[in-house]
Design a protein around this ligand. Structure first.
Ligand code: FRU
Length: 479
């Protein structure tokens, strides 16, 4: 939603109790709240931040402007979880309350150091002429939930980057802390800078080099770069804004992509043996994905279900955006697979044979098999007339197609109302998670993923099978 700058950057303390209550009441009136996905209490949720394991729990923050569905003065809001499925929002917030983050506590990451969690993030600072100075800064979160910001700037804007320099990700590689940061050069090309913590001191960062990951610079900015290690292989996850469609085809306003590598050579700032750039998600909205290697060895990721510069039907209710399910990564035969963490199965409260269930509460999981040589046409969020979210899985021609043109309130139609990708022409599996206004579809064990929103009309809660040989199970999900 477009709101004037004065509104979006109005100091938090100036919002009155009445104004805040009005916003909260408006949010509560929405018919589209998710049950088992994290949503903002008020305002806009965007990037996942500080995804980590600390103090016996998983930690997950998110970018938020709390006063409406717009990108304003951002803070981090904190939630934690024991199982990566149930997230509890706490009162901990990384507020834009320091001279070094005066215009927003922008995205970043976290890593436990000693008995504290180190938060590494971008302070968005603007001067009186609204010229931006992006600062890479830090804070400690202690076990009592107290945040203590560093007064020193950890990395200043280098000469070869524009004002677009942000989203530090700290990671440990062979016992050494490194950080990668998204950047734009003066030719308006996206690139990534690599730093290392001298003597592993997170207050002392030394530039190593511009990360050589085989990037072409066809994007104008790389947001939220993340390096995770999946089955021993480095995988770079990033959001290259404006990427040339000749390099990779995508329909969303901005893509979220990945590349698998064979090796990481930090001293030479090089990722070696890179495969092609690939879409992380084929759906309508999954962006700014953040990943980390958890102490139990898993490579875990979580995405913002939303996109920058898009208006959503929930904007009228003063909120926007949701967090995806947490997905675990693996590599098989050189391909990346994403699958929701196993604990999601604990939400299954009852089950039926797929096909028997025709009316639902739009809160369920489908675990399906589509036979070879079949064209399965399903309609989810279907009304009596069969209008809803059309999901076609064609194992004859090797294609999956999602069409939301008849699924409730329409938005972002300039970017198309369908999404598709190719699949092998074998028997195919599909795990589909539906949560009120969210779908996450995992094809063939998570080899291809479609994430997106639909904002159904009140009569759109059915499941219809129009054609095809589909078998499987329907699970009711209870949070
Ligand atoms: C990505 C992003 C980041 C930035 C944050 C601000 O969606 O633009 O690059 O740090 O959002 O909210």
């Amino acid at each position: 939603m477009n709101l004037p700058t004065e509104v979006r950057y109005r100091p938090y303390a100036d919002w009155t109790v009445e104004e805040k209550e009005k916003i909260a009441a408006n949010v509560a009136a929405s018919p589209w709240h998710a049950n088992y996905h994290l949503e903002p209490k008020t305002g806009l949720l965007n990037d996942p931040n500080g995804f980590s394991y600390f103090n016996g729990k998983f930690q997950l923050f998110y970018q938020n402007w709390p006063f409406g569905a717009a990108h304003g003065l951002k803070q981090w809001i904190h939630a934690d979880s024991e199982d990566l499925v149930h997230f509890t929002e706490t009162d901990i917030k990384l507020l834009p309350d320091h001279a070094h983050d005066s215009h927003g506590a922008y995205s970043g990451s976290a890593y436990p150091v000693g008995d504290k969690l180190f938060l590494y993030y971008t302070g968005n600072v603007r001067d009186e002429n609204w010229v931006r100075n992006p600062l890479q800064i830090g804070a400690w979160l202690d076990k009592e939930g107290k945040i203590e910001k560093f007064d020193e700037v950890l990395i200043q804007q280098p000469d070869d980057v524009t004002e677009h320099f942000r989203d530090p990700q700290i990671f440990d590689y062979q016992g050494q802390f490194y950080a990668i940061i998204g950047a734009q050069n003066h030719d308006k090309q996206g690139f990534i800078k690599l730093y290392k913590a001298v003597d592993n001191d997170v207050k002392n960062w030394e530039f190593i080099g511009d990360l050589d990951f085989g990037g072409t610079g066809s994007e104008y900015m790389i947001e939220c770069p993340n390096l995770v290690f999946v089955d021993g292989k480095p995988v770079l996850l990033y959001s290259p804004q404006g990427l040339d469609k000749a390099e990779l085809n995508y329909d969303n306003i901005y893509p979220n992509t990945y590349k698998i590598f064979q090796e990481f050579d930090p001293e030479n700032a090089k990722l070696i043996g890179g495969a092609d750039i690939i879409n992380l998600d084929y759906g309508f909205e999954a962006y700014a994905t953040q990943g980390f290697n958890s102490p139990d060895g898993r490579a875990l990721i979580v995405s913002w279900i939303g996109l920058p510069d898009v208006d959503y039907p929930t904007d009228h209710y003063d909120y926007q955006g949701a967090m995806s399910l947490v997905k675990e990564l693996s590599i098989k035969d050189g391909k990346l697979y994403q699958i929701p963490v196993k604990a999601i199965e604990n939400l299954r409260s009852s089950q039926e044979t797929f096909g028997d269930k025709t009316t639902t509460g739009n809160c369920y999981e489908l675990d399906l098999t589509i036979a070879e040589n079949s064209r399965a046409e399903l309609v989810l969020f279907a009304n009596q007339k069969g209008n809803g979210l059309a999901v076609t899985i064609d194992t004859k021609n090797g294609n999956v197609r999602i069409d939301r043109s008849k699924a409730g309130k329409q938005y972002a139609i300039d970017f198309g109302v369908t999404r598709e990708c190719s699949i092998d022409t074998d028997q195919t599996s599909a795990r589909i998670f539906i949560d009120k206004s969210i779908f996450e579809i995992f094809i063939n064990g998570g080899e291809k993923v479609f994430t997106g929103r639909v904002f159904p009309d009140t009569d759109q809660s059915g499941i219809q099978v129009l054609s095809g040989k589909v078998t499987g199970t329907y699970y009711e999900l209870t949070y």
